[in-house]
Write a protein that binds this ligand. Structure first.
Ligand SMILES: C[S@@+](CC[C@H](N)C(=O)[O-])C[C@H]1O[C@@H](n2cnc3c(N)ncnc32)[C@H](O)[C@@H]1O
Length: 418
């Protein structure tokens, strides 16, 4: 069947209307005329797995990356950046039912501080779009920047010199599984983490990355396709550092950090502008990204986070920056009294706030809530649930993830005066 792409779905796929049905077509732009050759079903949606571009839309631009369209990493490089931001603005505004500005990313290439490169029998690169087993072989990743080429070249030399096998996910055979590259964009420090199956790694491994600040070897004994494992050894520094404004953060292979450092600076700055009063709860605090930044600005911060390792990292980050914030392991819904805080910051996973936490917020009634979200849908749902007692005073989108459909949002909720 043939037709013209009408608009993009929330997931960033082109929508082609076929009677009352919709076919989602990846890597297309509104106005593209396409011919669908093959489809597959995914969770009640019909997705084109093979199609021909008959007449390109004049909205299109030339993607910078040579692997665009094959690689599963970016979905929107063929759409000019201003148009990507306009689309994210429309999406966020629609979900929140008001006009919301989206702040563009300060950089749209070289902005990612982390890539997880799969080492597989089909290639060294990223998963091929629409597959879980295949990989697109890459020499560089423009979204990460120049250093990716250097690390991938060193890795290939190392593999060739020692004739090391690549992992075959379908057979659970082979040795090398992933190489994770992380870079402190404001410090220039580099971490390389090689993830393997159990086995023997040649001792010369770190010699291939003399320019890296920190080199790790992790082992993933399981069959799950994850890019982390138990730390076997490291060479050089145990952590690399990243800086957001005047705050320094430590990065470890097994800890999360906001992936776009250039925009993360704006994120922490904006959150700190919205915080009111003195006592702040940083809920879902992770490695203390917000908490430590706020403590440095004189706020009295307590952080709560479910992952003990992240809490350990947050404590280290507080010490490193000479601030007094406290961080504890805990669950969102178990916080004792939310009215002990002037402002509660929440930055939950994509699923949004737990219903019991929402009940607790409505019961305890902290005056100010700063809700940071990476999922407009669950954010809108939660804002609606809190609307009985809280007014949405301010909302801002931040594009942390250029060329992907994702958008980060910050909202300020104020309790109605009784
Ligand atoms: C989106 S991340 C926020 C990270 C942090 N704000 C940052 O910028 O680095 C969500 C965090 O919530 C934590 N988390 C998930 N479920 C939780 C729960 N039930 N209670 C507390 N923390 C939880 C995760 O471990 C993760 O660190």
């Amino acid at each position: 069947m043939r037709g013209v792409i009408e608009r993009l779905s929330d997931e960033g796929l082109g929508i082609l209307k076929a009677g009352r049905k919709e076919i989602l077509v990846p890597h297309t732009a509104p106005g593209d005329e396409v011919e669908i050759l093959k489809t597959r079903r995914k969770k009640r949606k019909v997705i084109a797995s093979e199609f021909k571009l008959i007449r390109p839309s004049n909205l299109r631009t030339e993607p910078l990356c040579p692997y665009f369209g094959l690689c599963g990493g970016c979905l929107l490089q063929h759409i000019p950046y201003e148009e990507q931001v306009r689309w994210k603005t429309e999406k966020l505004s629609r979900h929140l039912n008001q006009n919301v500005e989206v702040l563009p990313s300060p950089k749209i290439f070289g902005h990612r501080n982390r890539i997880d490169v799969v080492i597989s029998t089909s290639g060294i690169g990223f998963r091929r779009y629409g597959t879980w087993w295949d990989a697109v072989d890459i020499a560089t990743c423009p979204v990460f920047g120049e250093t990716s080429s250097r690390v991938l070249k060193s890795l290939r030399e190392f593999m060739e010199d020692f004739n090391l096998s690549r992992y075959d996910i379908r057979k659970n055979e082979g040795f090398l599984r992933y190489i994770v590259i992380r870079e402190g964009k404001f410090t220039g420090e580099l971490m390389v983490n090689l993830v393997t199956k159990e086995g023997k790694l040649p001792e010369e491994f770190p010699d291939y990355f003399p320019y890296a600040t920190s080199v790790y070897w992790s082992v993933n004994k399981t069959e799950s396709d994850v890019s982390y494992g138990d730390i076997e050894r490291f060479w050089g520094q145990e952590f690399i550092r990243e800086k957001l404004g005047d705050v320094v953060y430590l990065i470890h292979p097994n800890s999360f950090f906001q992936t776009n450092s250039y925009q993360a600076v704006n994120l922490v700055r904006k959150v700190s502008e919205l915080v009111d009063g003195e006592r702040v709860l940083d809920l879902y605090s992770g490695v203390g990204t917000f908490g430590v930044y706020l403590a440095k600005r004189g706020f009295k911060v307590e952080g709560v986070e479910i992952n003990p390792f992240a809490v350990e990292m947050a404590k280290k980050n507080a010490r490193l920056n000479n601030v007094e914030a406290t961080f504890k392991v805990g669950r969102d819904r178990d916080i004792r009294n939310l009215s002990n805080y002037d402002t509660v910051i929440v930055d939950p996973p994509r699923a949004g706030l737990h219903p019991k936490l929402i009940q607790k917020i409505l019961k305890d009634g902290p005056k100010t809530i700063v809700y940071v979200s990476c999922n407009p849908k669950t954010l809108a749902r939660d804002v609606e649930k809190l609307a009985k007692d809280y007014r949405l005073e301010f909302a801002l989108g931040l594009d942390m993830f250029p060329h992907t459909p994702h958008v980060e949002a910050i909202t300020l909720l104020k309790r109605f005066e009784i």
